[in-house]
Unconditional design. Structure first.
Length: 507
């Protein structure tokens, strides 16, 4: 291993505050708009057929452009990309909050997705190149992982408060102070390594194929939810995604300066992280949606009470991330944190398969939420760190983008897949029990809960699969070495970019 030169940035912990704040804003936005959507739909006259586009427009832009955003950060500077992403996201949020019609709102959501695709990988890659000492890296990623895991649930709380007591428009305007503070802090505090820049030219064919392929994949799952899995448009989109992404892999293996160097994903540990994280998010995204409807429609909770009900999950995620994952990451192999973490989350999900019309929150939902939070927090923390651990500084942006891509695509798949399963089970239950139903309203609620429990059973299986993948593929040693280079032990799973020189920080 080459001799490394380290120089610690004295402002790195202040930098973490602003990086984490930006990440919180992006994660919040993924769920905060869901709570406000019914009010926005009524105010702007959005049709039922088009309301999904408030979510889909963001998901398509964000998921489709993440790899591009990661490579832009590598090429043109992570701090610069980070600040541009923050400013653009704030402006797009202002347009969304001021929207006077459907088109203006959808356009704002697409712009949010575009600038989010610049911001998210820049934030994670800044973290990866700023914290290189093992124990500090564990602590920093513990905080970052807690925010990434718990931010979605915080969005449900904040969305409920803003929608119930103010106006749906504030679910957009609230992003502006986040962005202003984070951008100001980034300009004043954040410094990136002097030699972390990638001087290669942008891979335009790779950008074209990756963006169209990911957009086709995400849109295909969205159409599957509304049109069915075997509908012509759905199958056509999946076929197009397969062709485009296969062509993308072929192009990346040939070009001199690829958008996604295959060494980033071919290394078994990072590949295992991307796959297991994507699967875990499939289960979690569907769960948030089902439980939001369950608590509000079946249990009669208000938006604010629904958001508060998720607080124990947030507490569990923070505890799992900062007190379990961060403390053990430098002493325990990542797979011995990730696999058990996903299993604990699966047990929490298993408890939720027992919900019915009269389920007690303290007796059943609360312990399930605590298990889910602890498990996901413990698993996410080492996963987020390992995804960029040992990667060359010039590839840090695109490696970070792959983390976000696996989560975004996983979220789109989870929402479509589990919603389709729940809807089919709900319809089947209502049809088979219609004759003996005591009341129409009661049958509707019972059918809804039955659909949710069937979908949650699927989520249990998906989390168990995520645990198995993490245990089998992630074979590196603990991350307690002196530099990010030590990403594998005894040569197991070592990648061609394992030896990384830690660059001198610019003050």
């Amino acid at each position: 291993m080459p001799e490394t030169v380290t120089s610690v940035d004295p402002r790195r912990w202040k930098a973490l505050i602003f990086i984490a704040l930006a990440q919180l804003m992006v994660v919040l936005d993924a769920t905060i708009v869901n709570i406000a959507l019914p009010s926005a739909q009524a105010d702007l006259g959005i049709t039922d057929a088009n309301r999904q586009w408030v979510i889909t427009a963001y998901a398509l832009a964000f998921g489709g452009l993440l790899l591009f955003g990661g490579r832009v950060a590598d090429l043109f500077g992570r701090r610069r990309t980070f600040v541009i992403g923050l400013i653009g996201f704030a402006l797009a949020s202002a347009v969304g909050g001021a929207a006077v019609n459907q088109g203006m709102l959808l356009g704002a959501r697409a712009l949010q997705g575009l600038f989010g695709a610049l911001l998210a990988p820049a934030a994670l890659s800044l973290l990866a190149v700023t914290f290189t000492e093992a124990r500090e890296r564990a602590k920093a990623f513990g905080i970052f992982g807690a925010i990434a895991g718990g931010g979605g649930a915080v969005g449900l709380i904040l969305g409920g408060v803003l929608t119930e007591y103010m106006n749906w428009r504030w679910t957009f305007f609230v992003n502006i102070p986040f962005a202003v503070v984070a951008a100001t802090g980034a300009i004043l505090v954040i410094r990136e390594p002097a030699e972390g820049r990638n001087s290669s030219r942008l891979d335009v064919p790779g950008v074209f194929l990756a963006t169209l392929g990911l957009v086709s994949l995400v849109y295909g799952f969205t159409r599957a939810e509304s049109d069915g899995w075997l509908a012509g448009p759905t199958l056509g989109l999946f076929a197009a995604a397969a062709v485009l992404l296969l062509a993308f892999v072929l192009v990346e293996s040939k070009v001199k300066a690829p958008l996604l160097p295959l060494r980033v994903v071919a290394e078994r540990n990072r590949g295992g992280v991307y796959a297991s994280l994507g699967l875990a998010v499939i289960g979690m995204f569907g769960l948030f949606l089902f439980l939001t409807y369950y608590l509000q429609i079946v249990k009669g909770y208000s938006p604010v009470t629904t958001g508060l009900a998720f607080l124990p999950m947030i507490a569990g995620m923070i505890t799992g991330s900062t007190q379990i994952g961060a403390r053990l990451m430098t002493r325990v192999r990542p797979r011995l944190l990730m696999a058990p973490g996903f299993v604990v989350a699966a047990v929490g999900m298993l408890v939720l398969t027992q919900i019915d019309l009269d389920t007690s929150y303290p007796a059943l939902i609360l312990p399930a939420f605590l298990l889910l939070g602890l498990g996901m927090g413990t698993a996410f923390m080492p996963a987020m760190s390992l995804a960029t651990h040992g990667v060359q500084p010039r590839d840090a942006g695109v490696a970070s983008a792959m983390v976000n891509t696996s989560q975004q695509v996983g979220g789109a798949i989870g929402t479509a897949l589990l919603n389709t399963i729940a809807a089919s089970a709900t319809t089947a239950y209502a049809t088979s029990h219609a004759a003996g139903a005591a009341s129409r309203k009661l049958l509707k609620l019972e059918s809804m809960v039955h659909g949710y429990t069937i979908a949650i059973w699927w989520a249990v299986g998906i989390l168990v699969l995520a645990a198995a993948i993490a245990f089998v593929f992630v074979n590196t040693g603990h991350q307690g070495g002196g530099s990010p280079a030590a990403s594998s032990d005894e040569g197991a799973g070592a990648s061609e970019d394992a030896d990384v020189q830690v660059p001198v920080m610019v003050h």
